[in-house]
Design a protein around this ligand. Structure first.
Ligand SMILES: NC(=O)c1ccc[n+]([C@@H]2O[C@H](COP(=O)([O-])OP(=O)(O)OC[C@H]3O[C@@H](n4cnc5c(N)ncnc54)[C@H](OP(=O)(O)O)[C@@H]3O)[C@@H](O)[C@H]2O)c1
Length: 304
């Protein structure tokens, strides 16, 4: 293994990519374009034709695929598919390195770590944090956690995909960050889309609204540089309400929900946000600022 690490400093190391969906395809393309001898495998082999035309080798079996390279990067739809795909590889997996870029959950990672160790596989869990067109750029963030030695040994190969960031030896951290960041993305996008529908109810076009929503409101009011210093308050549970209380914010959320109903657009999202804020008020945070809903979010929801 040390020899492989040494080899990467002189010439791009061979690599195998398993899974050629929209993401796996661009991973393999990025590796090929950076000169890595690249072997690929996919359930539907036809998807590899463009890669093969550019010099990739198409493995005839999953065992051949993992045997072709010191490291195999997988990008499949689910963790369950991983077991289905790698099951037939049998003994070919022993001593091999698998890097898992499937999206999943922390419990799925724990099960995968046990599975890999039972097979004698060296396993690194990761997550792709960019859409396919950005893969291969030096600033494309890939998160990794678990076996640091695997990342260090194969850093040159993984750096051909983007910027590898190690989060810690707890193997679940990469998928946990991934789900947390995706949640933030969906919540933000849903806010923007719902807001566009709300003003759209008065005939305002999305293009017109974007000028003020994205051109001014997001950078001015939701400015990351003003939010960042407040992260320490979240760690400390410090929510001074001098500039605005949670009770005031419940009113604002009620107005959003009622305006949505009056205008005949969907109102479930603002209703849910109002309910959450109201619950935090009932737990004693009425005079704190809006960030105090974080106290509620740190605990399981009442339904679970
Ligand atoms: N696309 C994105 O924007 C993006 C961004 C970040 C992360 N990701 C993550 O990257 C992973 C792959 O995503 P993707 O966009 O490439 O598409 P995807 O639809 O999630 O996965 C497609 C891949 O899974 C394979 N597959 C599905 N079911 C299978 C089965 N039963 N047996 C064998 N192979 C099976 C497909 O093989 P076939 O070709 O034979 O169907 C294909 O290789 C996912 O975990 C996704 O969450 C995607």
């Amino acid at each position: 293994m040390t020899n492989h690490a040494a080899a990467t400093t002189s010439s791009p190391s061979p690599v195998t990519v398993v899974g050629l969906g929209p993401m796996g395809l661009v991973l393999a393309e990025a590796l090929l374009s950076k000169g890595h001898p690249t072997t690929v495998w996919n359930r539907t082999p036809e998807r590899a034709s463009g890669l093969v035309a550019r010099g990739a080798s198409l493995a005839g079996s999953i065992a051949d695929a993992v045997s072709a390279s010191p490291v195999t990067i997988m990008c499949l739809n689910t963790y369950d598919t991983m077991y289905e795909v790698f099951g037939p590889a049998g003994d070919a997996l022993r001593g091999r390195v698998l890097v898992n870029l499937n999206s999943g959950t922390p419990q799925e990672v724990r099960t995968a770590v046990t599975w890999a160790s039972g097979l004698g596989v060296r396993y690194l869990d990761g997550a792709v944090m960019v859409p396919p067109p950005l893969v291969g750029r030096p600033d494309a963030v890939f998160l990794y956690s678990g076996d640091r030695a695997v990342l260090d040994e194969h850093r040159a190969t993984l750096a051909s995909l983007g910027d590898p960031r190690f989060l810690g030896t707890d193997p679940t951290l990469a998928v946990l960050y991934n789900t947390a960041l995706l949640h933030m993305m969906y919540a933000t996008l849903n806010g923007y889309l719902h807001a566009t529908a709300l003003v759209g109810s008065a005939g305002v076009s999305a293009v017109e609204f974007a000028g003020i929503a994205l051109g001014w409101f997001m950078p001015a009011v939701l400015d990351p540089s003003s939010l960042a210093p407040r992260a320490a308050d979240l760690d400390e549970g410090n929510y001074p309400g001098a500039l605005g209380t949670l009770r005031m914010n419940v009113n604002a959320l009620e107005h959003i929900a009622r305006a949505s109903e009056e205008q005949g657009v969907h109102s479930e999202l603002p209703r849910l946000m109002r309910e959450v804020a109201e619950r935090a008020v009932s737990q004693g945070h009425g005079d704190d600022n809006y960030f105090s809903v974080h106290e509620l979010f740190k605990r399981p929801s009442p339904a679970s």
